[in-house]
Design a binder for this molecule. Sequence first.
Ligand code: PHE
Length: 348
Amino acid sequence: MGLKDKLTELKENALKEINTAEDLKKINSIRVNLLGKKGPITEVLRGMRDLPKEERPNVGSFANKVRDELTSAIAERKERIEIIKISKRLEEEKIDVTLPGVPVKAGQPHIIMQVIDQIEKLFLGMGYQVVDGPEVEEDHYNFEMMNLPKDHPARDMQDTFYITDKLLMRTQTSPVQARTMEKHDFSKGPLKMISPGKVYRRDTDDATHSHQFHQIEGLVIDKNITMADLKGTLQLIARTVFGEEREIRLRPSYFPFTEPSVEVDVSCFKCNGQGCSVCKNTGWIEVLGAGMVHPNVLKMSGIDADIYGGFAFGLGPDRFAMLKYGVDDIREFYLNDVRFLKQFSQRG
Ligand code: PHE
């Protein structure tokens, strides 16, 4: 067989091999074997030595042509393999942007916090400050400063978790008022504050009692504050939380830190005062306690009770939320069952 025929046969076989190569590794090894120094083409060219001189250029250029053809066949195949690889990847990684997404579970403030936020907003709008205080409190601030000396019978109204003789879990947020009154500088203006937060009492948990619950207490101290100011403020709370048409009524009551003291009822938002199961057929629902600050409380905080006076109120966001949303067991608020809580989404 002549050299040309050898080269032609070699080319045919090589082309077959090149065009069926499936990956870059294969094509690279074909290239190295075929065109390398120890490859068959070099081998054939070496055989030229035995040819007559005049035939050499002819065979030489034929050999070069074969080499060029194979080189470009390899390059083309390489490109083809790349394209196949890319389109395979595109196919595999294809994303259908029209598919519905996985819904993101969004949280929301706890229902009690929603009530607190609503009341905070109302009072911030009227220039009150919102004040925090410690939950582990001194007996001194929780009771003594609130006109409840040791052995005062009214301490029984608030059964207490004592930590030591002097330290306790606060039973009300009133101690925050005491701490704030003590520091207030009346030359800078009246004291207007609310103190929301958790409080603790030694109650046995049931549908209407929880050993931990919430309070928001409010306090205003200035000259010439009257019960009319208190009543107007209470009416605003009732209407903000329970609806614009609500009326309130005040009944005489007793708290050690206020004199006179009142219990506050709101006209039933369910039946509009007609009588139903929510208001136990009375048309009214008891919602909070309030009164005019007792002079002893003022004196103990170093405030001149002959010049200054004020009102205070205390309400329970838990009770408000129970009434407003028809929740009949206070313990629901503390079980943190998401199925319960998500019913009260602010997003409606
Ligand atoms: N701290 C009182 C309580 O828990 C509530 C209250 C505050 C009542 C202010 C009247 C005035 O019983």
